[in-house]
Design a protein around this ligand. Structure first.
Ligand code: NAD
Ligand code: DAU
Length: 339
């Protein structure tokens, strides 16, 4: 079995590659990644010499490069993680989100049509459902919840999902889609809430909480997401959408306080800053379908996962120090100075 994993030098894609090489040691895994600001080759250093692994630097929008790889490798499956993934960046500059997330997905599926494929799996997000009100804890996103997006990022992901469904219906492409809630864990890029707060707290820098900090996200340890995708590509029904989430809703401010306490820092570091434009209030996944149909359940409790994550950032300073000392400095200044 040969699987092309796009975006495998990023947060979830790299964790998926590590998981797959362990769980399916006879598989060949090919990572196709453009190495944008979010992709790091250093993340993949422990698998670079694995004979079952190959890294290819390419853009998912580059039709020639994508077709050449398919011609050479004849993949059995494609798992598409490649994306521009940060909501704040999409608010600043939507164009690249449309390019990578929509055109990139279509280009990959065109290659699948041309060369044949057993499965094209699209890694989507719960953000395609928009948000839920804070005062209706009884409401959850199911696979039937209408698409109702808020940001250029989520809109580009929703557009990609619609294209994936269209390629299935029109061309019979064997596709599946998963829509997961917020992930956390090792190799999470420092621009996102949890790593940003861990790193800033470690550096005694202020902790910028958007608005009142009462927005709710449904957090899942990244390995649980990887296991769910492994199940879907092997046992999931073609044409289906699967929501992934572990009923772990938390307010941003509570996450930030937990990190502060775990690191023995002061809550005085917390600074309330101008809210994100169009900020989604609450995400909450109903994972009944994947639980009933595929037997998936999350295995890592948040209390354990967050400790493991903090400890990973403490032991892997080289990884994030290199990132935050580069182009990230300009990004941080632009997004947070005087906010
Ligand atoms: P990330 O930003 O950490 O990584 C994205 C990766 O894609 C990087 O390695 C980057 O170099 C690569 N990439 C970007 N543009 C590319 C292009 N044009 N061609 C090839 N490679 C390209 O993202 P992530 O957080 O790991 O998210 C991965 C996927 O999972 C995304 O599709 C995202 O929408 C989805 N998702 C993320 C979360 C989350 O909480 N992070 C939750 C649900 C779904
Ligand atoms: O739900 C899945 C989505 O989760 C994925 O599709 C996205 O790719 C991923 O980035 C993530 O999106 P969020 O916008 O929820 O994640 P982020 O880490 O950017 O923000 C989480 C919450 O924390 C959100 O309510 C905004 C808030 N926040 C974020 C940052 C970066 C802050 O309060 N301060 C910050 O500095």
């Amino acid at each position: 079995m040969t699987i092309i994993v796009t975006g495998g030098a990023g947060f979830i894609g790299s964790n998926f590659i590590f998981y797959m090489l362990k769980a399916n040691p006879d598989y060949r895994i090919i990572c196709l990644d453009k190495l944008t600001y979010a992709g790091n080759l250093s993340t993949l250093k422990n698998v670079m010499d694995n004979p079952h692994f190959r890294f290819v630097k390419a853009d998912v929008c580059d039709r020639e490069a994508v077709y050449a790889l398919f011609e050479e490798e004849h993949p059995d499956m494609v798992v598409n993680f490649a994306a521009e993934s940060h909501v704040d960046r999409s608010i600043e500059d939507p164009g690249i989100f449309l390019q990578t997330n929509i055109i990139g997905t279509a280009t990959l599926m065109d290659a699948c049509r041309k060369y044949g494929i057993q499965r094209f799996h699209q890694v989507s997000t719960d953000e395609v459902y928009g948000d839920l009100p804070l005062d209706r804890p009884d409401l959850f996103f199911t696979e039937e919840t209408p698409i109702h997006t808020s940001s250029p990022y989520s809109s580009s992901k929703a557009a990609a999902d619609l294209l994936v469904q269209a390629y299935h219906r029109t061309y019979g492409l064997p596709v599946t889609i998963s829509r997961c809630s917020n992930n956390y864990g090792p190799y999470h890029f420092p621009e996102k809430l949890i790593p940003l707060m861990i790193i800033n707290a470690l550096n005694d820098k202020s902790l910028p909480v958007y608005g009142a900090g009462i927005n709710v996200r449904d957090w899942l340890y990244v390995e649980d997401h990887c296991k769910a995708i492994d199940l879907i590509i092997h046992k999931g029904r073609v044409g289906e959408i699967y929501n992934i989430g572990g009923h772990n809703e938390m307010r941003n401010i509570d996450i930030v306080k937990l990190i502060v306490h775990e690191l023995g820092k002061s809550e005085d570091l917390i600074t309330y800053v101008t809210d994100r434009k169009g900020h989604d209030l609450r995400y909450a996944i109903d994972p009944t379908k994947i639980n009933n149909d595929l037997g998936w359940l999350p295995e890592t409790k948040f209390a354990d996962g967050i400790k493991k994550t903090i400890s990973w950032y403490l032991s892997n300073r080289d990884w994030w120090e290199e990132i935050i000392s580069g182009e990230y400095k300009n990004y941080y200044e632009k997004m947070y100075t005087g906010r």
